[in-house]
Write a protein that binds this ligand. Structure first.
Ligand SMILES: [Zn+2]
Length: 603
């Protein structure tokens, strides 16, 4: 950095007991008409308006020790009054940080975490300029062991630069970069591995007994496989997995050189654990997912995100490609890198298929529509969500699978979705040119034509129908050339009431009532509490057992509470729906099928 930036921030974990970060923003030459400051309304990767400015508690401005008037312009913007030319303006504000998710900020006496979108006000007119951030240590002797983990860069040659993993000065080339490197501070544990010559750090906050050696060796395989998929060199010169370990939790958010993760303690491997638990597979899948975003969405972006407008919704119909394709590759990377076996992978794939099949929303909303409306639907799901929306993650992953299998089968294994991803990387990731809303179709056509004349145009049309339509994908047909048998069967014996229960305290409380199912037809609703079936008490634990003894078509009398009023209804039970997908290697697998499958799954 050649000279002192005109914008600099300082952030201190000032009052951990009150969850308050104190932040200052100093502007060397503020707008002569009055400097405007603005906090983002959302954080990239999580498509919902969150209005982070609601956590700003106090805010004041000064110039040369004198207060400067500040006017609030709208819910997330302020304007400081003009100051004398040549004088610096400093804004000081407090941010309340008590959101233990990967999306915002959190501070207590054990640690601090923040995304820049929650704490750094953008200086209007200067968001393209470089800036410094002084990350200040906490007060108090107990807190002097804290370290800092972030991929923000340290200004080389500056005497105030932070030491490695320390407090002090960091910098960013512009505001967009500033808010794309989350920061963790505290007494975390840390491990490092190198993939394709790039140092990768994993930081764990919270109590845990993680077998770091095993975690690093599994992550090394996953990261190396992904780097080789897109081609070396890796798009980053370092990478950081920032992990918050809690009793029960799950979440991840991608950034350009790091990811913020939230995981349950029991999902991490412990020393002496040799098997792959479901929880650990889920955690590795999450790491793999966020890492894949380093290419797909952080660098290969929809044109609608280039650049992001953090003040308002950024609409795109393409999240099926950025989240769905990433969801396909997250588990695929586990099997292709040898971290899990083929049978385990087929089990995971079956679960994704079942999750899509269980919601009738898939017959009403396309993944393109689901992408566009993510802001008001996918991210704001209510009790009717299974009946009204489709997940662009899960169905997007199945579209990726179907496309991959068709490309491989049509070209006798010469072309695959990997080629589409590499082409996206070359045309859009390396150039920074956003992907147009219809950009994927032409790329698929190009890759498909190179595999077999005529196949590209056909697959491009198929993709268009799949993302804009609501018909179920012919997955059994696409899996057959690979010697994989697809079966959809009932999850349990007996009859179905067409409901999903809320978890918890023993009551049989309805979380969801599925469209046109027995419960909906007899007038039961989400929120109702079932108390008896045919005069026998029913609880969350006993409902399945009571239904298992009955058949579709049987009538039962149900007593239920809606609010505090007892109601009695007669329901005609339905057969259990065949919505649980099992995938298995076929009995007769030809050499051609085996070769195709090896190309796809690696073994
Ligand atoms: Zn994602």
């Amino acid at each position: 950095m050649p000279h002192q930036p005109r914008v600099s921030y300082a952030i201190a974990p000032a009052r951990p007991e009150a969850h308050i970060f104190e932040v200052t923003c100093t502007v060397a030459s503020p707008d002569p008409a009055g400097q405007v400051f603005r906090l983002p309304a959302w954080i990239p990767g999580s498509y919902m308006i969150r209005e982070f400015a609601r956590n700003i508690v106090t805010l004041r401005a000064e110039c040369g020790g004198r207060p400067v008037a500040v006017e609030k312009l709208d819910k997330h913007s302020w304007r400081a009054a003009p100051v004398a030319a040549g004088r610096a303006l400093t804004l000081s504000y407090e941010v309340y940080a008590w959101d233990l998710s990967v999306r915002a900020a959190h501070l207590d006496a054990t640690h601090g975490f923040f995304n820049g979108t929650s704490v750094f006000l953008a200086v209007e007119g200067k968001t393209d300029e470089p800036c410094y951030v002084d990350i200040l240590p906490p007060d108090g002797p107990a807190l002097q062991t804290w370290k800092v983990a972030t991929t923000l860069r340290r200004p080389a040659g500056n005497p105030l630069a932070a030491p490695a993993m320390g407090f002090g000065l960091y910098y960013a080339e512009n505001y967009d970069e500033l808010v794309d490197h989350p920061v963790e501070m505290g007494g975390f544990t840390h491990a490092r591995f190198e993939a394709a010559g790039v140092p990768h750090d994993i930081v764990l906050t919270g109590r845990h007994d993680c077998d770091l050696e095993r975690l690093c060796s599994d992550l090394l395989r996953i990261c190396t496989w992904q780097i080789e998929l897109f081609g070396t060199p890796a798009p980053v010169d370092r990478y950081l997995f920032l992990t918050m370990v809690v009793g029960d939790g799950y979440g991840g958010l991608e950034h350009r050189a790091s990811t913020a993760l939230l995981t349950g303690r029991n999902d991490l491997p412990y020393v002496g654990m040799h098997e792959h638990t479901d929880g650990y597979r889920t955690f590795l899948g999450l790491c793999s997912h966020e890492y894949f975003h380093t290419w797909n969405v952080k660098r290969i972006k929809p044109a609608a995100f280039a650049p992001y407008d953090l003040a308002t919704e950024n609409y795109t119909r393409l999240l099926w490609a950025f989240e769905g394709f990433t969801s396909y590759y997250d588990d695929l990377a586990l099997v292709r890198s040898g971290v899990i076996g083929v049978d385990d992978y087929l089990t995971l794939l079956g679960k994704t298929m079942s999750s899509v099949l269980r919601g009738s929303g898939r017959l009403k909303q396309s993944v393109a529509e689901s992408s566009f409306d993510a802001w008001i639907k996918y991210y704001r799901q209510d009790e009717n969500a299974p009946n009204a929306i489709v997940s662009y993650y899960a169905k997007g992953a199945l579209i990726a699978l179907a496309l991959d299998l068709q490309l491989r089968a049509a070209s006798a294994g010469r072309k695959s979705l990997d080629d589409v991803m590499r082409l996206l990387w070359q045309r859009h990731g390396l150039t920074g040119e956003g992907v147009a809303e219809d950009g994927l179709f032409a790329l698929v056509a190009e890759v498909g034509e190179a595999g077999l004349k005529g196949a590209g145009r056909r697959l491009s049309r198929w993709l268009n129908d799949a993302v804009e339509g609501t018909e179920d994908l012919a997955l059994d047909e696409f899996l057959r050339p690979f010697g994989i048998e697809f079966r959809a069967e009932a999850a349990a014996k007996g009859a179905s009431l067409g409901v999903k229960l809320a978890g918890g305290n023993g009551e049989a409380k309805l979380a969801n009532v599925f469209d046109d199912g027995p419960a909906q037809r007899c007038g039961l609703s989400a929120g109702d509490v079932l108390v008896a079936i045919d005069g026998l008490k029913v609880t969350a634990a006993s409902l399945d057992g009571m239904l298992a003894r009955r058949q579709g078509g049987e009538q039962v009398t149900i007593h239920a509470f809606r609010r505090d009023e007892l109601t009695t209804v007669t329901a005609e039970l339905a057969p259990q729906p065949a919505d649980t997908v099992k995938l298995a290697s076929g009995k007769r697998v030809s050499a051609a099928m085996r070769a195709l499958r090896e190309g796809w799954l690696g073994s």
